[in-house]
Each structure stands twice: as C-alpha cells, then as structure tokens.
Design a binder for this molecule. Sequence first.
Ligand code: ATP
Length: 318
Amino acid sequence: MNRIAVLTSGGDSPGMNAAIRAVARTCMFNDIECVGVMRGYEGLIEGDYKVLDRAAVGGIIHRGGTVLKTARSDRFRTEEGRLAALEKMRSEGIDGLVVIGGDGSFHGAKALHDLGFPVIGIPGTIDNDITGTDETIGFDTAVNTALEAIMRLRDTASSHDRLFIVEVMGRNAGFLALETAVASGAEYAVVPELPLSIGNLCKLLRNSYAEHKSHTLIILAEGVMSAHEMREKLQDTGGYDARVTVLGYIQRGGHPTSFDVVLATRMGAFATESLLIGKSGMMVGNINHKLVLSPLERAWSEHKSLSPELLSLVNKMN
Ligand code: ATP
C-alpha cells in the first residue's frame, strides 16, 4: 500500500482527532501517504481529500469534534454512490480506508469491503453501543462531562431537598446513563434495557424522603423518554420538589479525556497496521485492555449488554 485514506462519519465524538492523527502518523512511520476525506462518505463520493502530513495533524490531539468534519450521506446508501466513491479512490491511487464512526458508518464500510476495497473500522461514538469493543472512542469523555454537570446539580439539589431528573444521551442504549449514574452516585438509573415501573419509582422516592435524604438524583437515558415526560408521569415524588435537566449536546463536545486520547491513538495505529498487513472488513476493538479485530457486521448483528455488575451497584449504593 502507498496511500491510505481516513474519514469520520455519523455523529462526532471527542477523541476522533486523536485517532485521525494516529492513522496519519502511523502512515508516516511506514513511509506511506495519508489523505483525510472531508465530510465522511459525502467527501468520499466527491473526492474531497486533503493530504495529512505531519503539520496537518499537529496540535489536534486534544481537540474535540473532528477536523475532517462529519456528515450523513444518503447518496452513499445507494450502489451508484458507493461505486462513484470507489472510482474516485482508485483514480487517486488510494489503496485502503480507515472509517471512524458508529454502526451506521460500519454498514457503509462493509459495503465497500464487499466491493473488494480494503477497509478497517474504528468505533467512535459517545453511546458505547457497539459490540466488539468494551469502550468506543468518546464514551469516557461524555461520562466525565455529564459527571461534571451533575456535581453542580448535586450542590443545589441538596440545598433545597430536590429531586433532579437528568436526561443523558445514548440513543437506544443505556451505557452512558448507567456509567454516569454509578460515577455520580445517583439513586436511580433508568435505561431502555430494563422495564420501568413508575409506581415502584414513586414508592422508592417516598422512602428516600422519609429517610431524610436531602436530595435524590435520577439519571434517565434519552432512549426511555424525555426528562419532561418523566416528570409528568411521576405524580408522587414523595415530598421532593422535582427539577429537570437535559444535558444534550454538551456531552458530545469538549476536549477528550486521557483515556479517550490513549484509546484513540492505540486504535488509530492498530487499524492502519492491520490494513498494511492485508486485513479488511474488520473493526478494531478494545477487549480486556487488548486490541483485537472482529468482523464489521458484529457491530450491528450482536447485541451488546449492559454490565449486570454496574446495574446492581446502582441499587446497592442508593
Ligand atoms: P452515530 O452512532 O454517532 O449515529 P453512525 O455511524 O451510526 O454514528 P449513521 O448516521 O447511522 O451514523 O451513519 C453514518 C453514514 O454511514 C450515513 O450517513 C451513510 O452515509 C452511511 N451508512 C449508514 N448505513 C448505511 C448502509 N446500510 N449502507 C451504506 N452506507 C450506510
């Protein structure tokens, strides 16, 4: 291989820039050229590339977002769009592609692999909802961002005997909500993976209030319902004054934690080296602190479960 391309696709996540840098620097280390594709699969179709030399990836390691920008591309969902992208890459002498994104982006990567083009995926999403890796790039940062906001809410909550319902992101999965609940010492985590009984929750709130707990925190995953809806449904909060906070997009921004930068750097180097030794149609994962490859389709065909240990911890600690 002489020329490798890298793109970011789907939602951005903190640490994507560190992964881009690692791909570019690993190419340099191996005396090959790296090009960055702007705006995900849209840029791949249009041939919107820029050479990523040493300077182009300098000073980006700790920046949030993605310097390559990201986009959703409907054209790439069509065979015509994918063939156009392939044609562009071949005419530019590109021999392999690294795709950084979520499971949707991996569908696109798999389609290119099926057309005979070498592709490796790197899981980048704050949702952590991808099978084949313990953590996705950006998840740790998003948990820490949520934690920082919640610590501020805790101060005001305990001063007023308040119940705070904090809605966090995570799409249809509860990883972000569960990890945030354990880290913030929340009383309850409400996640899409478990059935919710509003009656039981009201009972628990009444007990908490009767035990003179000065405040109570519910971490709610957006995939269950909105925090405003939950407040409407909680007719009886046992005595607490209920307040709602939706953390929203602040969870996606900000500079990545050291954990995410190290993970992204390891994954970027490993993905590039995997392409160079002829691997394709695979994604990089971090399992028990070790980097591994698994087929891209695992990302959407196998369900990733929440940790039963963390689930039971929320109940034990409340
Ligand atoms: P996030 O988890 O942050 O939403 P994602 O990678 O899952 O990230 P998507 O919007 O689902 O984000 O997918 C990103 C892009 O991948 C799409 O805009 C589309 O171009 C491409 N893509 C998704 N699914 C397919 C598919 N089945 N075939 C080809 N390309 C696809």
